[in-house]
Write a protein that binds this ligand. Structure first.
Ligand code: FES
Ligand code: FES
Length: 162
């Protein structure tokens, strides 16, 4: 598979999940092991650009495919993705345990927004993040940050100033 754009080969027992391979064989510990049963979303990564729960995804499913984790989120943006910048400016992370998963779910939402469509709505953010639990923030600042990042990305796509 490729992980954050780099080809990797991993020998793993057939029952290992993608989350276990990422955290314990590749030392990519940004993706969090929370509930480990599909309830919290802290383990969310992208498989071929689509958010998936890495704790419920067998590693073998990722064979030959592209995996993106929070560690790779800013790579195409020169180190800091607009979402990460917005989370910082809006204080959208407290303990931060949920943040990697939320960023990976949110990135798919803002990336897939057609240029000229305007920023995502608060309801669209709520729907996209419905599987990501946060015990600290009350979600308001997270939604603020995602809408802000989407607006900035739309402005950039339109050639405007950020
Ligand atoms: S650790 Fe995967 S959903 Fe909670
Ligand atoms: S910031 Fe603590 S769980 Fe979300």
């Amino acid at each position: 598979m490729t992980v954050n754009g780099e080809a990797v080969t991993v020998a793993t027992p057939p029952h290992y999940t993608l989350l276990e391979v990422l955290r314990y064989k590749l030392d990519l510990i940004g993706s969090k092991q929370g509930c480990d049963k599909g309830d919290c979303g802290a383990c969310t990564v992208q498989l071929d650009g689509t958010p998936v729960l890495a704790c419920l995804t067998l590693a073998a499913v990722a064979q030959g495919r592209a995996v993106t984790t929070v560690e790779g989120l800013g790579l195409a943006a020169g180190g800091v993705h607009p979402l990460q910048d917005a989370f910082d400016r809006h204080d959208a992370a407290q303990c931060g345990f949920c943040t990697p998963g939320i960023l990976m779910s949110a990135e798919a939402l803002v990336r897939d927004r057609p240029p000229g469509a305007g920023p995502v709505s608060r309801d669209e953010v709520r729907e996209a993040l419905a599987g990501n639990l946060c015990r600290c923030t009350g979600y308001t600042k997270i939604i603020d940050a995602v809408v802000d990042a989407s607006a900035r990305m739309q402005a950039t796509a339109a050639g405007g100033r950020e």
